[in-house]
Design a protein. Structure first.
Length: 82
């Protein structure tokens, strides 16, 4: 069964979360490949998450946050004015 594309609101937030993931990953000194290894997912998934093109279940987001050393709330928080 096909799914509807994400709404503009959702797409905007996925882009923001992806940007925060990229920023915290690089600050932590991790490559996309290394982060994927730590979390147990494919590097292409990291690429798509950082580009705001993919969403994953909450458990993966929790593992990503732990791997880059930030609280989950840091990655998924609403931006100022958002």
């Amino acid at each position: 069964m096909p799914t509807d594309p994400p709404s503009a609101w959702t797409r905007t937030r996925l882009l923001a979360v992806g940007a925060r993931l990229r920023e915290t990953r690089t600050t932590a000194g991790l490559s996309q490949e290394r982060l994927a290894e730590i979390v147990g997912i494919d590097r292409k998934t990291i690429v798509r998450l950082e580009a705001g093109q993919r969403d994953v279940r909450l458990g993966v987001w929790m593992n990503l946050a732990r791997a880059v050393g930030v609280p989950l709330s840091h990655l998924v928080r609403e931006s100022d004015g958002g």
